[in-house]
Design a protein around this ligand. Structure first.
Ligand SMILES: [Mg+2]
Length: 253
């Protein structure tokens, strides 16, 4: 386990990358103690995300509960009149191989490396995501993927989603010079302007790995009482991401 001091140092090193991008930041690579020929070991966070039964269980559990919520909240609504919102990275698409490759090479996240990774189109689904998205469509809901991936990479995101059979109706990327807050893009889904001809669709359920994947939420929620988390488990469903996120801005306690 890394010490808090080491963790803080990694956070500070990675802050310039992680504050302004949806793309992953990467902790410093670890190597097994001993010789230079020691085998590569990913960071603890990445190891847990990729290799633990717990992560897979939490992801499947979250998506099952989210689908139950969608069924309950959409009862009686006409097909096509409602939607769910999912984030892309570490919510429905798994970028952990990108992280492993960076760590193995002793590199950190950069826009160029991220762009090259996205263009490869090799991202796999997060556990439970495919079943959830298909289930929502079967219920009559629209699947809206609202991501902070920039518009200039949106066609690559679309191709990757199709390649791994993650169904969606609406894909809204961030303008290349646009803000990372998603409220404006959610409004475009609700008003029907996100995809011309599709019509308005009220978003009933949100799934994401970052607190900003949920309307009007931010890291300040961390210090609020339990009652402030009332939407979680009801219409907001959060997935764990211990590798990167806006949480890195929070000072360690
Ligand atoms: Mg994400």
């Amino acid at each position: 386990m890394r010490s808090p001091l080491v963790s803080l140092r990694a956070v500070l090193l990675l802050l310039p990358f992680s504050l302004f991008s949806c793309a992953p930041a990467t902790p410093a690579p670890k190597t097994a103690p001993g010789s230079a020929a020691a085998p590569f070991l990913p960071s603890d966070e990445l190891h847990w995300l990729r290799d633990s039964a717990e992560y897979r269980a939490i992801s499947l559990q979250t998506y099952r509960l989210a689908l139950e919520a969608a069924a309950k909240l959409s009862a009686g609504r006409p097909a096509g009149s409602w939607a769910i919102s999912v984030d892309a990275d570490e919510t429905i698409l798994d970028n952990s191989t990108y992280e492993v490759e960076l760590q193995r090479q002793g590199q950190v996240h950069s826009d160029a490396a991220w762009k090259a990774w996205v263009k490869r189109g090799e991202r796999l689904p997060v556990p439970g995501a495919a079943t959830f998205l298909a289930g929502v469509q079967k219920l009559g809901g629209r699947v809206a993927v609202v991501t902070n991936t920039v518009q200039s990479l949106c066609s690559e995101v679309s191709a990757n989603l199709r390649a791994v059979s993650l169904p969606y109706d609406i894909l809204v990327c961030r303008a290349d010079d646009g803000e990372d807050r998603k409220e404006g893009r959610w409004k475009s889904v609700a008003s029907g302007t996100a995809v011309p001809g599709l019509g308005p669709a009220e978003i009933l359920v949100w799934v994401g790995d970052n607190i900003q994947d949920f309307p009007d939420q931010s890291q300040s929620l961390r210090n609020q009482p339990e009652s402030a988390f009332g939407d979680f488990g009801i219409r907001f469903f959060a997935l764990p991401n211990p590798v990167y996120g806006t949480w890195e801005k929070n000072p360690p306690r």
